[in-house]
Design a protein around this ligand. Structure first.
Ligand SMILES: Cc1cc2nc3c(=O)[nH]c(=O)nc-3n(C[C@H](O)[C@H](O)[C@H](O)COP(=O)(O)OP(=O)(O)OC[C@H]3O[C@@H](n4cnc5c(N)ncnc54)[C@H](O)[C@@H]3O)c2cc1C
Length: 373
């Protein structure tokens, strides 16, 4: 058989990291999610790394280490091959994706209320999952004193508040999975329930492109995404390049990132400094800082998440919550029953209209995003 179909002939059409470089990375379509590097590292192939938000060969000498398996290409959220299957699996028929239910809700925890971006729902549901022993870890995005995002795996709920709120620049949230196998022994020693690192149960928080990459990895059943049990997607109109964003923030407000406590996009950009002064700057003034890959993106509400969260459409201090899977629905229901969250209840007679109007709004916003691209 090997003589009839030599290995190189079979693999000829498989796209590999070189193709990813040519088609996605060099054309600025890479969203720096870190999926390619996380998969390749988990296999210990020693071929690629992430350098300043760009996946690349570790060195020229490592190019030949590539096993040409092609998986980095297939799991990239920006490539086409798996999209048809993924859309079928997640019942996606239009730009909004499958919607099991849509609600607005907020946390009942005062500290999370203060720190959260909108209703603090993401942090609260992660807290619930830790409390109820449904997860052992979560992948979130923390930040340094200059608001530079730090993607990270955390192993207990006490660390959750450090990730609350939104930083509007890229955070390679799949990348931390590269550490999973490196520190496997340490994790096993610290968690008496885990005997094998593959048993660890994680929740993942990320932007639409990042959730898409996680789902592609899960579709192919490849490590290390097999440990992700809950996918929390964030609404995302656009993401920004950190350096360019804060150069423009400085120009518009004269503030340095170290003196900023909160940033929020609600039609315009609202920037709050440590003295509680709020600047409102027109959003288009930051256009130059938008990452190039966002221009091609047709997802706003994270179609591949178990639950998607955003501020758009929600009443003050609530999050808009789009429930997409049975698992997501059960989690929301249990968190509500256990008193972790409060649900906004429109008048009974108007509930159907209310839901339809929210879906309509999000559809319009999604189509605006698509039109912009
Ligand atoms: C780049 C970006 C653009 C967004 N644009 C919109 C928008 O246009 N309209 C809209 O309605 N909502 C948008 N959102 C979502 C919104 O800002 C909130 O994240 C969402 O409403 C959840 O709020 P919360 O209070 O429930 O979350 P919280 O409890 O405050 O938790 C926020 C979670 O977000 C994660 N996070 C923070 N920054 C990042 C980052 N840079 N990348 C990945 N994860 C991060 C943290 O890990 C944390 O777990 C955007 C989010 C991001 C990251």
């Amino acid at each position: 058989m090997a003589d009839v179909l030599p290995k190189k002939t079979v693999l000829k059409d498989v796209k590999i990291f070189k193709d990813l470089q040519e088609e996605i990375i060099k054309t600025n379509k890479c969203c720096a999610c870190g999926a390619c590097v996380a998969y390749c590292s988990s296999q210990k192939f020693d071929v690629i790394k992430m350098e300043r938000y760009t996946p690349q060969y570790i060195s020229d000498a490592n190019v030949d280490n590539c096993k040409e398996c092609g998986l980095c290409y297939y799991i990239c959220p920006q490539t086409e091959p798996l999209m048809k299957h993924l859309n079928e699996d997640y019942r996606i028929k239009d730009e909004m994706g499958y919607i099991q239910d849509i609600v607005a809700a907020k946390t009942t925890d005062d500290k999370i209320k203060e720190m959260g971006q909108d209703g603090g729902l993401v942090t609260t549901l992660l807290t619930y999952l830790f409390d109820k022993n449904k997860i052992d870890a979560a992948i979130v995005s923390e930040y340094d004193e200059k608001l530079q995002p730090i993607p990270k795996i955390i192993y207990n709920k006490e660390e959750l508040l450090k990730s609350s709120g939104t930083r509007y620049s890229i955070s390679s949230n799949i990348l931390p999975l590269t550490e999973l196998y490196n520190i496997a022994q340490e994790i096993i020693e610290n968690h008496h329930q885990i005997y094998d690192i593959n048993q660890i149960r994680m929740a993942f928080v990320g932007t639409p492109c990042q959730c898409r990459a996680v789902r592609k990895m899960q579709l192919l059943n490849i490590s290390p995404a097999h440990v992700i049990k809950y996918v929390f997607g964030l609404f995302c109109m656009e993401n920004f390049d950190y350096e360019k964003l804060f150069q423009l923030v400085k120009k518009e407000t004269n503030e340095d990132p170290a003196n900023i406590t909160k940033m929020n996009i609600k039609k315009n950009f609202f920037i709050t400094n440590k003295e509680n002064k709020v600047y409102e700057v027109e959003l288009h003034k930051f256009d130059e800082a938008v990452r190039n890959h966002c221009h091609d993106c047709d997802e706003f509400t994270s179609r591949f998440a178990d639950i998607s969260f955003g501020g758009s459409g929600a009443v003050q201090q609530n999050s808009m919550v789009v429930i997409r899977t049975e698992k997501g629905e059960e989690l929301m229901k249990n968190a509500l029953i256990s008193g972790y969250i409060d649900r906004f209840t429109p008048k009974k007679s108007t509930i159907t209209e209310w839901k339809a109007s929210k879906i309509d709004l999000l559809r319009r916003m999604t189509n605006n995003k698509i039109k912009k691209s």
